[in-house]
Write a protein of this length. Structure first.
Lengths: 273, 273, 273
């Protein structure tokens, strides 16, 4: 199944509009190219609705948020909704400041998201209005382990039901859930947390996977999460004893570039709960 | 001839002012350093005229355009014109939104450009006020092939005549033309289109080549285009079966860093039409 | 001594708030992760005081300065001062424009800095109100050599006395001085000047070292400068004849990632004057 989903990305080369932060934007562009999609970045309020209209998916990411671009996010999101394009939200750092929390809430009120992807702390802030966000990383009390997996799955399904969006919570174990079905994904490598922006890259990748598979949002999201984690495994296996997080960053994107749909089918490690 | 042009860059280490997008700006800076030039990025209206004055060339790139920086572009461009510094325009995504098309037109009206470099779709938008821009990549109907090469050369010469700028249209075959002479360049590799910002990087590189060779704008532009394409060939030859577009990005910049003027002289593949 | 300082960084994983330029911001984030710290980037005036409050250090960098973020820098700096968090200033390009010089001066008047790190031209502009800044690189007349080392050490100590900040002047020989003690550091490699943002990365790294060692600002800064230079040596030793400045960039960050406190202790080359 993962195979067909990835083939659709490679065959359709969806154009993805990204309104995202300036820290990891280059990696977001290169990972979109790596998976077979095409990126465009545009954040001025006067052009975002037009740009979104020529694309087939939109990725909104609130890292390095500023007041100028909030209106752009809402304008692009509404236009995408009007055109039935999928919209992916990455609520980077929600909970770390009132601006980020309020903006994430405002986006949820104004835009219908296909997917919301964040770490557990960020998603909890959106769902519960509280949580321990340690900057842009998950709070220590919030790590997803086997111990709390069922509880987190139930939480994700409930938030998916409430928002109508697929919820992707990424961490040591990743959860992708709609209101009925949850994928628990065990791809990835701990060293991925030493590379800035693997979460942002995954959100871009998810936008491409969902844009190319609009009728299967949950499975397309799960496939993107598996692909990213599997790329982290492939890239880790290549590292020499001198290589660190910067080379690892390159190798992760390289692994997406070289990954075939068949490889993803075989490399994906997940169970359904 | 290419050799002397590149030697001038290495010997003069021109300082290049870039007003460019936040997606590919780091690669633009590193490729300028790789070729022997020095980058400075500044986009606030209150400083751009001063910054441009201490530089020997200006690169204006409208990717991730926003209203704040349009005035900066015009201010820097006018100051560069007053000082007879070369100015290179990269009309990223012209045709994809009214903001980009209108801004490109406004820049053409207010600034005398030495070089305009884009894909065929972007250049057509500037020349004809129409064209099929698919985001930031050339539209499918617009690819330059042997079949339409003479026609595209004639178009480039005419637009060069009209604007007074050297026109660089990059694609599978690159064309660099003034009103009299066109270079058709066959360096490069298709995989370059899988790296974000190779076009932006080339525009930065062109600014350095032209700044160090102000009396030979056409040949300096052609030399930069050959150098970029040749770097793409050298970098491609290094790739292992695990390397993808991210490593390729690094190797292209590395290839510019290691390229000698003599290597460029021997590696450049072009004909004059 | 260097060993303990670096161990504190690895053990405490300080969260560092960066208000920095969009050219080198990704490398700043990755080098912070490489040393064991955690980055957050936020520059909107409405959130910077809050973000700084959850961090343990602040890095202010004026490359790609714009008027919107000056107020953010001052707000974050004042809040950090109030909380006794260390604040590091990188006055990129001070002297290249009135905006940059005036902003650097305004920051000095409003914020108490723990460390000011720049090239000699930038530091002279701050100290003397004059100097030959050639864009973002040190002016040719300003290179630190053995010949002028004692004089530069005296200058650094005096400026440290005046500002209360540790002064880090980086170049062929690096100087880290408070009013009493100066470290003259001979780590590094000339090729580091071919990588954009090694200075910015060092400023981020310094913020992490100082945040984890708030009682030893001078030695922590010297340790960060040694670490960066030593990483440049380790990375240079790995380069093949095809590798250039882009691969070198990755290897420098990799070297920080792989560097142990013990390695730093043994690799640091410095004398006290």
């Amino acid at each position: 199944m993962w195979k067909e989903i990835f083939e659709n990305v490679r065959n359709q080369t969806p154009l993805i509009h990204n309104i995202t932060n300036y820290v990891t934007v280059n990696d977001c562009a290169n990972i979109l190219l790596a998976c077979g999609a095409s990126p465009i970045m545009a954040d001025d309020e006067t052009e975002v609705a037009e740009i979104t209209s020529i694309c087939s998916g939109l990725h909104i990411n609130i890292g390095t948020l500023n007041r100028r671009t909030i209106a752009s996010m809402i304008s692009a999101g509404k236009q995408s909704n009007a055109l039935n394009h999928p919209v992916v939200l990455d609520p980077v750092g929600a909970g770390a400041s009132r601006l980020r929390t309020d903006t994430a809430m405002q986006l949820l009120q104004n835009i219908r998201f296909s997917v919301i992807r964040g770490n557990i702390s960020e998603i909890k802030v959106l769902a519960l209005g509280t949580g321990s966000t340690n900057g842009v990383d998950a709070g220590a009390a919030d790590h997803i382990t086997e111990y709390c997996l069922d509880e987190t799955v139930a939480f994700a399904k409930e938030f998916a039901h409430k928002t109508g969006a697929v919820i992707a919570i990424t961490g040591a174990i990743d959860i992708v859930a709609d209101s009925q079905t949850a994928y628990c994904i065990r791809n990835g490598h701990p060293m991925m947390s030493s590379v800035t922006g693997t979460g942002c890259q995954l959100s871009s990748l998810t936008s491409a996977f969902v844009a190319a598979n609009p009728e299967q949002v949950t499975t397309a999201t799960a496939a993107a999460v598996c692909a990213m984690g599997y790329a982290g495994e492939i890239a880790y296996a290549r590292l020499s004893s001198l290589d660190g997080n910067s080379t690892y960053r390159n190798y992760i994107i390289d692994a997406i570039y070289r990954m075939t749909p068949q490889m993803l089918e075989e490399g994906a490690k997940y169970e359904v709960r």
